[in-house]
Design a protein around this ligand. Structure first.
Ligand code: NAG
Ligand code: NAG
Ligand code: NAG
Length: 408
């Protein structure tokens, strides 16, 4: 273990759950990594505990069906959609919220099921994935009506958006101290239990091909969950095997050191940081030296306030906005998902959570408990198990280029 991780372990502090609607997953991830108050765990993947998957789950597909449309939704949408909670831990009372959209064309049962996960850690797949990125609906600038998205992913597959882990969006735990002890391992375990129970509820999809897709910090969640599924499939009763076919990771984390190298090269080659800063980062941050903090600060100052999702477009604060994508759409989604009528239609917030819905929940000071340093060993196991893998990146997105990996 590199010595700076040991050093930061000593100052490992538990901070309360911080809600940050203004943060997006890219800037949250950057601060998360810069903060370094996390615990590396490169052992967990080989020491799974047996999971109790029989959560006393009372939901049903019929009761999760969104019968009377979402408020402000166009009529005649041509597909069914569902939303609700799945209990993943009875004892602690952890419940994950999902939104499931059936494929719009032809027979949904003949199409694959794709689980979509956003990053953070702690950002909402419902808010970002479904409503900003590729779900069937986007939110209009009034914050209360929806439009149909032309290139929605549910044109080709059934998409399952899950807010994970508990504490994100509408997902919650009755044991709120859970929010102080969340990390990658429990996120993977809870997601696995979620899937077992979800497929019981939606049993007609159980034999469909299953894929896991996502972006950013989900570059860690996805191989971790896939690895857990493969491991547990070996031991599972045939009725609870998950038919995992492939994974798809966009602009995702891959390996702390490789990602950092990729980031610095990218920033420098796009003239976002100076040569001096680039050299300082390369020298002090790849193998961490105390001076790294100085250069990380310089980096933040030099890149300034830009749209991390789309380097060459405006962000929401720009005065002149043009182009097909409204950089303020996140604000409309935030208003929409906080409307009481929308929450009722989504079967969400049934316990009257004492805080508003927000895009990202765990602040950069949160006590995220653990994560491995690299996904490469996971990918090796996935390749060996015959899982199909697509790792892609959008090159105007200011996070996670893994230049090193994609070139090899
Ligand atoms: C989480 O940790 C913070 C900081 O130590 C503490 O103030 C808070 O009470 C904890 N929350 C719970 C629910 O244990
Ligand atoms: C849940 O509902 C309560 C009461 O209506 C509301 O104050 C709160 O903001 C909501 N929380 C979330 C996470 O939606
Ligand atoms: C997070 O931690 C940093 C430094 O440790 C501190 O300056 C900052 O105020 C903290 N933010 C919150 C919201 O607690």
């Amino acid at each position: 273990m590199e010595q700076w991780f040991l050093a930061t372990l000593l100052v490992f502090i538990f901070m309360p759950l911080i809600r940050c609607s203004s943060l997006d997953q890219a800037s949250l991830l950057r601060s998360f990594l810069a903060n370094k108050d996390y615990k590396l765990n490169d052992e967990w993947a080989v020491s799974y505990v047996d999971l109790r998957t029989e959560a006393d789950d009372l939901g049903s597909m019929e009761s999760d069906l969104i019968k009377d449309n979402l408020p402000g939704q166009p009529s005649e949408i041509g597909f069914k959609h569902y939303a609700g909670y799945v209990t993943v831990d009875d004892f602690k009372g952890r419940n994950l919220f999902y939104y499931f959209v059936e494929s719009a064309l032809l027979d949904p049962v003949s199409k694959p099921v794709v689980l979509w996960l956003n990053g953070g850690p702690g950002c909402s797949s419902l808010g970002i994935g479904a409503f900003v990125e590729h779900g069937p609906f986007g939110v209009q600038s009034d914050g209360s009506t929806l439009y149909l998205r032309r290139h929605s992913w549910n044109r080709v597959a059934n998409i399952l958006y899950v807010e994970s882990p508990a504490g994100v969006g509408f997902s919650y735990s009755k044991t709120t101290s859970d929010y102080n002890t969340t990390g990658d391992l429990r996120t993977a375990q809870d997601s696995y239990v979620f899937l077992i129970n979800w497929f019981k509820r939606f049993s007609q999809f159980k034999n469909n091909d299953f894929y896991i897709a996502g972006e950013s910090y989900a570059g860690f969640y996805i191989p971790e969950l896939a690895d857990l599924i493969i491991h547990n499939n070996l031991h599972a009763h045939s009725s609870s095997k998950i038919k995992l076919k492939g994974v798809m990771v966009g602009n995702g984390m891959m390996d702390l050191k490789i990602d950092r190298r990729g980031l610095y090269l990218y920033l420098w080659s796009h003239a976002l940081i100076s040569v001096g800063t680039y050299k300082g980062l390369a020298k002090n941050c790849l193998d961490f030296k105390e001076k790294c903090y100085v250069y990380e600060d310089l980096l933040a100052k030099e890149i300034g306030n830009i749209n991390m999702y789309n380097l060459y477009s405006e962000d929401c604060s720009s005065i002149h906005k043009h182009g097909a994508i409204d950089p303020c759409e996140k604000n409309y989604v935030n208003s929409y998902l906080n409307l009481p009528g929308v929450q009722t239609a989504l079967h969400a917030n049934r316990t009257q959570l004492p805080y508003p819905w927000s895009f990202c929940s765990f602040g950069t000071n949160s006590s995220w408990r653990d994560h491995p340093s690299s996904m490469l060993p996971f990918y090796r196991r996935l390749i060996a198990a015959g899982v199909r893998i697509l790792v892609y990146r959008y090159c105007h997105f200011l996070m996670m280029y893994n230049l090193f990996v994609t070139r090899n």
